[in-house]
Design a protein. Structure first.
Length: 176
């Protein structure tokens, strides 16, 4: 402990300045996305994320959407704990036999109009687990999927694009 305190005392304060931000386009993009969400829903987009049997790689990328760089809360997109409060189900992983009933109940509990997004190769096609005895296959075997986001795991920007694609598709179906 004493060694650590001596090291801290010897360390100088950094003199380098913080690098300038290179993504000035993000603020304009954020305002456009916020307006699209308000035009379609009139409020924030609420997402219920369901792990149907994944390896958690996709969940790590979904959690990255909440970091300061992507800041989806600032865009008007939030995650909710109950499908009854959700506009969209974001499902990851292959559809495991043990999760089939739970995923179907979550879909039934989600109010209309509901969106379903399959995130990752496993949810889209069954992935490397497709031939397993414990897997029913891709999510589309159980639910109508609006958007499929491929990748193992898909990067956060692709997840955001998929979510916005589903929202835009909903806007286009609601337009007169």
């Amino acid at each position: 402990m004493w060694q650590l305190l001596k090291q801290i005392a010897r360390t100088d304060i950094p003199t380098r300045s913080v690098p300038a931000a290179s993504d000035a386009w993000i603020t304009a993009q954020q305002q456009q996305i916020q307006q699209e969400i308000l035009d379609v829903l009139g409020r924030a987009l609420c997402i219920r994320q369901i792990d149907a049997g994944s390896c958690n790689g996709c969940e790590l990328e979904i959690h990255a959407l909440n970091n300061p760089y992507y800041n989806i809360e600032g865009l008007g997109i939030k995650f909710v704990a109950s499908p009854r409060h959700a506009d969209m189900l974001l499902v990851t992983g292959p559809l495991a036999l043990n999760m089939k009933e739970a995923v179907h109940r979550a879909w039934e509990a989600t109010p209309h109009p509901k969106l379903v997004v399959a995130a990752g190769d496993c949810a889209c096609t069954g992935g490397i687990f497709r031939d397993s005895y414990a897997v029913c296959g891709p999510l589309s075997n159980l639910l109508p999927v609006d958007v499929a986001i491929p990748g193992c795991p898909p990067p956060p920007i692709e997840l955001l694009r998929g979510i916005l694609t589903a929202l835009r598709a909903r806007r286009d179906t609601l337009a007169p």
